[in-house]
Design a protein around this ligand. Structure first.
Ligand code: ATP
Ligand code: MG
Length: 570
């Protein structure tokens, strides 16, 4: 491709509405343009990078014996009603009616459609396992679309679904997909981690998220400083602490705390630390309200509570419900004397000697309360979020926190959809059995953005070669010169013939302008052809990553380019 013909509308200034670096750079490098909130058009460079990710994904899926299909975007509501998600999915699901007044939605994911497809044609255990995937546009009406391709409303996803006849088979498929994902992100030259994620009611280690490590990530990755334990914050386990068997508190005493109510304010007022306080959180669930006790310096992890109770919905109670449950106002709830509600306590509560709790009465707290004898607890469990410095659940190490961008998610679904949608097969004994499913997603467009978050500098993008829109850019410098042009054309042909997608910057611009553009769009290798070096039979090769320049003999250009690209991550 010749740069003079390519549509690359680069921008000099940072666009005002772009907050993260990948969004800014993709706009500036002329890769994408916004149509409306969370919806983008891909220009030639952006689309080339997107297709590179797609191709890596496709190759690794095919190598894992998954088969590519292409499913419809518009989905009828009936299927979603069958699975039970029509009511559950909320406003992220874009719904509309067609001319016959039939309810439809734009697919945010395809469990329903694929389960329907498979249940129609698959009859016997002999047809299983089956693993189908597609690379397709998804629509999710995100509440806050932001950061360009990172959180769009319309975006490209690879979604795959597996159907197995046995638990062991489903677990093997899961492992095969896990390995394929490792290969995909490694081939994309990304620094990433596969972390344990919440697998809801299925439990076990059957959900992993693939996180690209970057400071701008919206997710928190918890990892051990010694072993290879890594989990997302929702899932990260906390080792139960030893129960404390002595109580130093004397008799519980009701004290006025006037109008202070936050943990910090109460601690300050009473001259204690937040770790001496118990927060009593009243939560509303679809199985009724619960009270959860968490130490004052810890954070509630509602996903853990949700899994413990096996409920589908959970949220903090409003003032009215708090009053109904405790008899007191918001900010003064406590477990002492609380009846008629399930009381759960985090393991750490057992380690407290004496605690301060709310008195279920405006402006009053109880001090010297013993968690051993002061109130009843219906169940102890791991209900808080991990924090930096917590002990690792697997070894003697300590937990660290870092930021990540979720680019992939694999999940063992079990029989959730096959049961609700009646996807069965006949097992070897002729018995009708539910298929065991798994689902496997990759944010293809988000992966391009994540690669830029991880690889850029003040001059622009530093594309890892496998994702770069072009691998090499040939820049001619100096006044129009036949020998320069002929050499450029010759090298351009050689590189293309040998599999390097090469851009030839033949524009009539100053070298500075050409170099700036090449740096901004992040082409890994820049080859400069100028009069002086050419007189000695040489051209200049520069790595976008190291910024080092070497002079190479014209005859050695192909080897030198190959060398630079194959040692990119070294
Ligand atoms: P998130 O927590 O970021 O909203 P999710 O859990 O909703 O992600 P999945 O349903 O697992 O995501 O979708 C599979 C993959 O699709 C994700 O791992 C992510 O890479 C990508 N993805 C999800 N939502 C978006 C979005 N709004 N824009 C771009 N990519 C997305
Ligand atoms: Mg989401």
């Amino acid at each position: 491709m010749k740069m003079s013909k390519l549509h690359v509308p680069t921008l000099k200034e940072d666009p005002a509405d772009a907050e993260v670096i990948s969004h800014k750079l993709m706009l500036r490098a002329g890769m994408i343009r916004k149509l409306t909130a969370g919806i983008y058009s891909y220009l030639p460079l952006g689309y080339r990078s997107l297709r590179k990710v797609e191709q890596i994904v496709r190759e690794e899926m095919d190598a894992s014996e998954a088969q590519e299909v292409f499913l419809p975007t518009v989905q009828p509501s009936e299927l979603w009603k069958e699975s039970g998600r029509w009511d559950y999915y909320g406003t992220e699901l874009l719904r509309f009616r067609d001319r016959h007044d039939r309810e439809c939605c734009l697919g945010p994911t395809h469990e329903e459609v694929i389960t329907d497809l498979v249940r129609r044609d698959v009859r016997s255990y002999r047809d299983l396992p089956l693993n189908l995937y597609q690379i397709q546009t998804k629509f999710r009406d995100e509440i806050r679309p932001r950061f360009g391709l990172m959180r769009g409303r319309e975006f490209t996803m690879k979604d795959g679904y597996s159907f197995d006849a046995t638990e062991e088979g489903a677990e093997t498929t899961y492992m095969i997909m896990r390995d394929a994902y490792e290969r995909i992100f490694r081939r994309c030259s990304l620094q990433f981690r596969a972390v344990e994620a919440d697998s809801g009611p299925i439990g076990g280690s059957f959900s992993h998220e693939f996180m690209v490590l970057a400071n701008t990530g919206e997710d928190t990755v918890v990892s051990c400083d010694r072993c290879d334990y890594a989990a997302n914050l929702e899932k990260a386990e906390i080792r139960p602490c030893e129960p404390c068997n002595e109580s130093i508190g004397t008799v519980p005493e009701k004290v006025s705390t006037q109008s202070v109510r936050t943990i910090e304010e109460v601690s300050q007022f009473l001259g204690i630390t937040p770790s001496n306080l118990i927060k009593t959180l009243i939560l509303k669930t679809d199985k009724g309200p619960v009270a959860v006790l968490i130490r004052g310096d810890h954070e509630l992890n509602d996903v853990k509570v949700k899994n413990y109770l096996a409920v589908t919905e959970i949220e903090l109670a409003d003032e009215k419900l708090i009053h109904e449950v405790t008899g007191g106002p918001l900010g003064f709830s406590g477990p002492v004397g609380l009846t008629g509600v399930t009381i759960l306590a985090d393991h750490s509560i057992r380690g407290m000697q004496s605690a301060v709790v709310g008195a279920n009465e405006k402006d009053f707290h109880l001090i010297n309360v013993s968690p051993l004898s002061g109130f009843k607890v219906d169940g102890y469990g791991d209900f808080r979020s991990a924090a930096a410095g917590d002990p690792c659940p697997r070894c003697d190490g300590k937990l660290l926190m870092s930021r990540g961008i979720e680019v992939g998610h694999i999940f063992k679904l079990g029989t959730k959809y096959s049961e609700s949608m009646n996807a069965t097969f006949l097992d070897p004994d002729g018995k009708e059995t539910f298929m065991i499913m798994g689902c496997y997603g990759i944010g293809v467009s988000r992966t391009v953005a994540a690669a830029i978050e991880q690889n850029h500098d003040e001059d622009g993008i530093i594309f890892p070669p496998p994702l770069a829109p072009f691998s090499v850019i040939i820049t001619t410098v100096g006044a129009k010169n036949e020998e320069i042009d002929a050499t450029a054309e010759n090298i351009y042909q050689i590189l293309w013939k040998n599999g390097y997608d090469t851009l030839l910057d033949d524009r009539n611009e100053r070298p500075g302008v050409k170099f700036k553009d090449a740096d901004l769009i992040g082409i890994p290798v820049r080859l400069t052809i100028g009069k002086k070096a050419l007189a000695e039979g040489k051209v200049e090769l520069r790595s976008r990553k190291t910024k080092q320049t070497i002079l190479v003999e014209i005859n050695n250009v192909l080897d030198a380019v190959t060398d630079m690209i194959s040692n990119w991550d070294a």
